[in-house]
Design a protein around this ligand. Sequence first.
Ligand code: PMV
Length: 351
Amino acid sequence: MTDEFLGNANFLTSDQTVSASCPSNIALIKYWGKYDQQIPANPSISYTLNHCRTNTTIAFYAGDAFGVQTFLSGKEEFKFAEKIGKYFKTISEYLPWILTGRYVISTENTFPHSSGIASSASGFGAIAKCLMLLDEQFSGKTDHHFLQKKASFLARLGSGSACRSLYEGLVVWGKTPEVEGSFDAYAIPYPNDEIHSVFKNFNDWVLLIHEGEKSVSSTVGHGLMKTNPYAERRFLEAQENFVLLKEILKTGDMKRFIQLVEHEALTLHAMMMMSEPAFILMKTGTLEVINKIWNFRKETGLDLFFTLDAGANVHLLFPENSDADEIKAFVVKELLTHTQNNGLVKDVMRF
Ligand code: PMV
């Protein structure tokens, strides 16, 4: 299935330093549940963010004994280095030179570490981009589309959802008959001419309700879907939601978009509540914010809505149009009070 990504036996013979930047992403139809080798149990689609990014520099010392050192915002991180070392071993089939040297990886996020914004997505995306920059120099392959596709493929092997961060705009990962060319091994951009303009200028403001460690890692969360009695129905529902979303994206039906996106977020959390053991990832503030958003929508008819990741923080979504100022004022006046430390990360997607 992925033979096209197997590496040829070339080796890096000189030291190299490469840098790349990659944004995080937020899923609209969620990926939750996977099979071996990071194969998703259902297709997903996300918005790639803009300002929330990881910037990474990799210095490669050719010929040194294999080893990885990592620095996050200048501070050495030993656990992360171990994780990346293991990751490099798992992808050596696709980059045959990868174990033939030593790495010093310096990385920084443009958003708070504890924000619950997926730093694994932007982090693995940036590392995969750096690796393809190294590979490009020695494989002689310069086809941009192939390099981007392989970077998405490699990022997926680090963190599933990271594969969607390699493209801008709306991005699909996982095979679905609704999107031609979609594939389980890497992500592809959703066809631009199938997206109504109202979805191409969108805000994502993240309310930091809780800034601690997540109570369940995504690895554990995906694993719990293996024994969740509702899992098969959920995987099917994600497929069905693609049929609906395709039409919504084309026609620009904002009301149905809101309904579908909020339903997806609540379903992800419902799955965790119905797992064994069960997890409740929302905090009181999350529920208060959701209720306020629903009341605001009822009273004003304005298009403010939410999605959630596997945590308590709330992604506030709203189109950037003439109503945006009223929505922004409401967020600052009414919702900010539910955050731990006035934490609000503002991003906007334009494509
Ligand atoms: O990529 P992972 O293994 O961290 O899983 C991420 C899953 C969610 O963020 C909850 C949903 C998604 O599709 O991004």
